[in-house]
Design a protein around this ligand. Structure first.
Ligand SMILES: O=c1ccn([C@@H]2O[C@H](COP(=O)(O)OP(=O)(O)O[C@H]3O[C@H](CO)[C@H](O)[C@H](O)[C@H]3O)[C@@H](O)[C@H]2O)c(=O)[nH]1
Length: 404
C-alpha cells in the first residue's frame, strides 16, 4: 500500500497530546482525518489544521455511526481515554467507564459499521512489576492501578470482539513514557495540571515553576532516581500509521507491540539534558518517593521493528529540546489567546451596542404608545369622558348596582 492510499481515518481523542500527533502524521501523508473529541481534557489548541473536528464522545454510538457513514471512515485510531494513574485510584468508576465502557461502544459501532481496522492506545501500566528487566509483550500482566486495569480489560475485550467478528483488524500499542513534541511545533503537551516529569521540568525552565522535585533518590538504580524509557511522541505517531497500514493489509489480524526505545534514563539524566539544551538551571529538590512508582520501566521493543518502525528522535536531548520548544510556543499561543479575549471584549462591546440599539427601539415604541395613550386621554377629555370614572361606574354596576 502506498502512503497516500490510506483511507479516511477517525481519530478519537485527536485534541489530546498523542492523538493530535497521530492526526498530524496522517494529515502529513495526505490522509483524510476526522477527529472526535469531547474536549474534556483535550484542547482546541491541539486540533491539527486540516482535520475535520466533531465534538463528542467516542462512545456515542449514534454520533460515531453517523461520522463513519458520512465521511467514509474505514479505520479508527482510538486515543480518547483518561490517563492519570493517581486519579484512577480515587475515581476508578470514571476510568472503567471512559476507558472500557466507551471503548466497547466504539468497537461495537465500528464493527456494525463495517470498519476494517482499529488501532488501540494502551500502556506499559498493564505489566506486572518486575525486577527492571526490559519488558517484552509476553511479560506477565498485573496492573497495580485502575488505569492499568481499565486498559488491560479494554485490550482483552477488543481482542474478543475482533475475533468474533473475524473481519476487523486490531492493533494494540503499549507505550512506555511518551515525551517530546512535534518537531515542527504544531502540537505538544497541554495538560491543565502537568504531572509528567518533562512537562513539569520545562515549566521550571520557562519560569512557571520555581523548582523541580525529584520523587525519590534511593531507588536501586545507577543514580538512585527512577528510570524510564522515554519515547518521542512523533515516533509513537509514526508507529500508529505503520500499524494501521499493516492492519489494513491483513484483514482480520490481531497485533500487539510495545513502543519504547529499549533504553532507560533516570530522572537526573533527564533534568541534566534539559539544562544542557536550555542553557539554564533547573533547580531540583530531593523529595520522597511517589506512591506506586516502580524503580525502572524499560521496554523490549524489538517486535515493533517488524513493522518497519525506525525511530527518528531516539535521543534524550532531542526529546527534551522539542518539549521545551513546544512549551515556549504554547506560552506564546496562550498570550495570543489572551489578545483574542481582548478582541472578544471588543465583540462584547459590539453586542452591547446591538442590545442598546434594540433597547432604544423598544423605548421608541413604548414612548410612541405612551404618546398615543396620552393623545387618546386628551381626546377623551375633550369629549368630556373620564375613562377612570367610566370604568368604575361600569364595575359598580356589574358588582351590585350601587350607583353613586
Ligand atoms: O515531578 C516529578 C514528576 C515525575 N518524577 C519522576 O519521573 C519519572 C517519570 O514520571 P512520569 O510521571 O513522567 O511518568 P510515569 O512513569 O509515572 O507514568 C507514565 O508512564 C506510564 C507507563 O507505565 C503510564 O503510561 C502513565 O500514564 C504515564 O504517565 C518517575 O520516576 C517519577 O517519579 C519526578 O521525580 N518528579
Amino acid at each position: 500500500m502506498r502512503e497516500t492510499d490510506l483511507p479516511p481515518v477517525l481519530v478519537t481523542g485527536g485534541a489530546g497530546y498523542i492523538g493530535s500527533h497521530a492526526a498530524l502524521a496522517l494529515l502529513d501523508r495526505g490522509c483524510k482525518v476526522v477527529i472526535i473529541d469531547d474536549l474534556s481534557t483535550g484542547s482546541e489548541l491541539l486540533i491539527p489544521k486540516g482535520a475535520i473536528f466533531v465534538r463528542g464522545r467516542a462512545g456515542d454510538r449514534a454520533l460515531v455511526a453517523r461520522v463513519i457513514a458520512s465521511h467514509g471512515i474505514e479505520a479508527i485510531m482510538h486515543f480518547a481515554a483518561s490517563i492519570s494513574v493517581g486519579d484512577s485510584v480515587t475515581q476508578p468508576g470514571d476510568y472503567y467507564r471512559n476507558n472500557f465502557v466507551e471503548t466497547l461502544a466504539l468497537a461495537e459501532t465500528a464493527i456494525s459499521s463495517g470498519v476494517s481496522a482499529m488501532v488501540f492506545s494502551s500502556t506499559a501500566a498493564v505489566y506486572a512489576e518486575n525486577d527492571g528487566a526490559a519488558l517484552e509483550e509476553k511479560a506477565p500482566l498485573q496492573p497495580i492501578n485502575p488505569y492499568g486495569w481499565s486498559k488491560m480489560m479494554a485490550e482483552q475485550m477488543l481482542r474478543d470482539l475482533a475475533a468474533a467478528d473475524g473481519r476487523l483488524s486490531l492493533g494494540i500499542l503499549r507505550y512506555f513514557n511518551v515525551a517530546g513534541a512535534d518537531p515542527k511545533g504544531r502540537s505538544g503537551q497541554n495538560s491543565r495540571h502537568a504531572h509528567h516529569l518533562i512537562e513539569i521540568a520545562t515549566q521550571v525552565v520557562t519560569g512557571k515553576r520555581g523548582s523541580f522535585t525529584v520523587y525519590g533518590d534511593d531507588y536501586a538504580t545507577h543514580d538512585g532516581t527512577g528510570v524510564r524509557d522515554y519515547v518521542h511522541v512523533s515516533d509513537i505517531a509514526e508507529a500508529h500509521v505503520l500499524l494501521l497500514r499493516a492492519c489494513l493489509e491483513e484483514r482480520g489480524c490481531s497485533r500487539l507491540f510495545n513502543l519504547g526505545y529499549g533504553q532507560g534514563n533516570s530522572v537526573i539524566e533527564v533534568i541534566d539534558a534539559l539544562e544542557r539544551v536550555s542553557g539554564g538551571a533547573v533547580p531540583r529538590v530531593m523529595g520522597p518517593r511517589r506512591a506506586g512508582d516502580p524503580a525502572r520501566l524499560v521496554a523490549n521493543a524489538d517486535a515493533a521493528k517488524s513493522l518497519g518502525w525506525t525511530p527518528q528522535y531516539d535521543d534524550l536531548e532531542t526529546i527534551v529540546g522539542h518539549a521545551l520548544a513546544w512549551e515556549r510556543t504554547r506560552i506564546a499561543a496562550m498570550a495570543s489567546a489572551n489578545d483574542q479575549i481582548k478582541l472578544f471584549g471588543a465583540d462584547e462591546q459590539r453586542l452591547k451596542l446591538v442590545v442598546e440599539d434594540e433597547a432604544a427601539t423598544i423605548l421608541d415604541e413604548v414612548s410612541e404608545l405612551t404618546a398615543m395613550s396620552s393623545k387618546r386621554s386628551a381626546l377623551e377629555r375633550q369629549r368630556g369622558i373620564d375613562v377612570a370614572s367610566y370604568k368604575s361606574m361600569g364595575r359598580r354596576t356589574v358588582n351590585g348596582g350601587e350607583n353613586p
